[in-house]
Design a protein around this ligand. Structure first.
Ligand code: 5GP
Length: 184
């Protein structure tokens, strides 16, 4: 049976890095490419990192029912396209969604069988250090993301699996163990 794995948690917690490691270890997994209205960061490619859409294009897709879930995050919209998910589920390919917490809740309601993993930082100051250190967002954007993170961290008890990303190698082992146990 195809499985859907939702990896959520605050921005800067290391979801992307953990997912890259996970995909290397569990070769059958495929990553769903989300749509967003945010501008591409340096080096990001359309159709690879995200489907970068204008606000109008995004809203049209919302009205068409093209999203499994979508949410506003720090002033931008993000969503999982049905086209990314459904063909893989039909083909029996396990698929990974990297999404924020509101989207994870929508997926939980629509697909209770999806496996949900919350990635937590060791602390809020540690998250700040990482968000600043990765250098992808300016000061205001970092502050916006930290404010959202405080709310997101309160959602932890909703999740069956919580992985604290303190040491990356240990967090990756835990994530791989959760995913492989579900696939077996
Ligand atoms: P970023 O701008 O850093 O790429 O992403 C901001 C937040 O949006 C991250 O927490 C990321 O996981 C989340 N995100 C990315 N794609 C989606 C999506 O398709 N749906 C939802 N709900 N969140 C997403």
């Amino acid at each position: 049976m195809a499985r859907v794995f939702v990896i959520t948690g605050p921005s800067g917690v290391g979801k992307g890095t953990l997912i890259r490691g996970l995909m290397e270890r569990v070769a059958q997994l495929e990553l769903s490419v989300s749509a967003t209205t945010r501008a591409p960061r340096l080096g990001e490619r359309d159709g690879v990192d995200y489907h970068f859409l204008t606000r109008t294009e995004f809203n049209t897709k919302v009205n068409e029912g093209a999203f499994v879930e979508h949410a506003d995050y720090a002033g931008r919209s993000y969503g999982t396209l049905r086209s990314e998910l459904e063909r893989r589920v039909r083909a029996g390919t396990p698929v990974v969604l990297e999404i924020e917490v509101q989207g994870a809740r929508q997926v939980r309601a629509a697909m209770p069988e999806a496996v949900q993993v919350f990635i937590a930082p060791p602390s809020l100051p540690a998250l700040r250090t990482r968000l600043v250190g990765r250098g992808t967002d300016d000061h205001n954007e970092v502050e916006r993301r930290l404010m959202v993170a405080e709310h997101e961290l309160k959602a932890q008890p909703e999740f069956a699996h919580v992985v604290v990303n303190d040491r990356l190698d240990e967090a990756l082992e835990r994530l791989v163990a959760i995913v492989t146990a579900e696939l077996d």
